[in-house]
Design a protein around this ligand. Structure first.
Ligand SMILES: *Cc1c(COP(=O)(O)O)cnc(C)c1O
Length: 465
């Protein structure tokens, strides 16, 4: 499989090169040059297969000869062995055609583990075979950093450095990053905000000599392999509900559009998806775009579902590339307008194609708390605020009769104790492994909000010479 950039001016790459590159060097995002199709017979067979078996069938077509099937199978089995549930992503029947897909049984209690655990193994494997090493750097406002550290800790060919804003992440989030003791894990606590951390990471990538010297690599959600790894659970859930004969709808708590774009890809691969509901909090740029055709950024508002507090949804560019008929010049024009004036307009035809599969609903702060309460009263267990936005949006979907609606539950409530207190007037039910982690000793490096200081610290600590 070859990978092309949504902006059409970057080299065409194979799977592993696209995996290691992350962003394309024309500023675009890599996508496969065509969508592989799975046969109806294969999809029907998924009903009796495990998560890991389905993952190999769904993901291998994207890798071709770069990754032999047997090696992928081994990596997939290892990646998901650490999940706290046998089924990896269990599906709970809520009654009335509503289902709840629990994506939060991984080591850091959020769905990002599903992709990150596999991505880390794919990257490490590719680097080892090339006799190369890489230094992963990333900035986090909370969830991504922990998931990346859990996935890359102890990987042979990689050192990982995560920058987080000092005092601005929750206790659970910070300890997930600072308690691993592996020699290749480094957490830098920056005297600044999340935006400062992001600017530092950008500064390091833009420092060409440093970038080369340290073999920098990124793992944020624009990396194709992260989106790809999320396709599996759409097939898992739908096959449990009668696919390929019966169509299924999904409601997806959305920020950067990576998770829901994986649903779009599943549909292109032959999974009958009746609707993909974009569930947003009050940062509703995507809901506004679907309504008006105008994509216009606004100020980011801090909410109880912080992992969706985003104004520019990077992965939306991958959908735009599809609905403009893969016309890279048109994507360049839209992204140019966005960079220049903070907005672009979709044409009627492009909007119609988007609306053919996607719907959107915005769930505000009060409604989120209300959904959390109602859910617990009806089903007897707590949910986190991101998943609540998904449930709230699912309730507003207009679907043909008998089409089941699956809400993606993206985080465990124990990760967001403040919102849980507000909704339930009680502390979250916290898994024992998290309670144990909270007792462990922390290891972190406080650092000034200065590029030189951060680069020096990374040079000094990285195992790569
Ligand atoms: C990252 C995240 C999201 C948003 O996912 P995208 O792929 O960025 O749309 C939703 N919920 C939780 C808990 C997250 O961590």
């Amino acid at each position: 499989m070859k990978y092309i950039s949504t902006r059409g001016k970057a080299p065409v790459l194979g799977f592993e090169d696209a995996l290691l590159a992350g962003l394309a060097d024309d500023g675009g995002l890599y996508v496969p040059e065509s969508w592989p199709r799975l046969s109806e017979a294969m999809i029907a067979g998924f009903a009796d297969k495990s998560f890991a078996e389905i993952a190999v069938d769904v993901l291998h077509p994207f890798m071709g000869d770069d990754v032999p099937r047997a090696r992928l199978q081994q990596m997939v089995e290892e990646a998901y062995a650490g999940f706290a549930h046998d089924e990896v992503t269990p599906l709970t029947d809520l009654g009335d055609g509503q289902y709840f897909l629990e994506l939060y049984h991984g080591p850091t209690l959020a769905f990002k583990d599903v992709a990150m655990q596999l991505l880390a193994r794919l990257m490490d494997d590719a680097l080892i075979r090339r006799g190369a090493r890489a230094t992963i750097i990333g900035a986090t406002s909370g969830d991504t950093g922990g998931a990346a550290i859990e996935a890359f800790r102890n990987r042979e060919a990689v050192d990982i450095f995560i920058l987080f804003p000092d005092g601005r992440v929750s206790d659970v989030q910070r300890k997930q990053m600072t308690t691993p003791t592996d020699a290749n894990v480094h957490t830098l606590s920056v005297a600044g905000t999340f935006d400062d951390c992001q600017a530092l990471v950008k500064g390091m990538f833009n420092d060409a000599p440093f970038r080369k010297e340290m073999a920098l690599a990124g793992v944020n959600s624009i990396n194709w392999a992260r989106v790809m790894a999320q396709i599996t659970y759409y097939f898992v859930a739908a096959s449990r509900l009668g696919a390929p004969e019966k169509p299924v709808a999904f409601s997806v708590p959305t920020g950067n559009f990576g998770d829901i774009f994986a649903g779009y890809v599943a549909a292109q691969m032959g999974l009958p998806i009746a609707q993909l509901m974009i569930a947003t909090n009050v940062n509703d740029i995507l809901a506004r775009t679907l309504e008006t055709g105008i994509y216009q950024t606004d100020k980011v508002i801090a909410t109880q579902s912080p992992s969706m507090d985003i104004q520019v949804s990077s992965n939306f560019e991958r959908l735009l590339f599809e609905v403009v008929g893969r016309d890279a010049a048109r994507v360049r024009a839209m992204m140019g307008a966005l960079a220049q004036s903070g907005r672009f307009e979709m044409q009627e035809k492009e909007l119609a194609l988007t609306r053919a599969l996607f719907a959107a609903a915005r769930v505000d702060e009060d409604a989120t708390i209300e959904v959390m309460r109602d859910f617990e009263a009806a089903h007897g267990f707590q949910i986190d605020p991101h998943s609540a936005v998904g449930i709230g949006a699912a309730a507003r979907a207009v679907l043909p009769d008998n089409v089941p609606m699956v809400t993606l539950a993206t985080a465990h409530p124990a990760k967001f104790p403040k919102a849980v207190m507000a909704a339930y007037d009680a502390a979250p039910d916290t898994p024992q492994r998290v309670l144990d982690m909270l007792e462990k000793e922390e290891r972190l490096t406080p650092i000034a909000n200065e590029l030189v200081a951060v680069e020096n610290a990374i040079r000094e600590k990285a195992r790569l010479v």
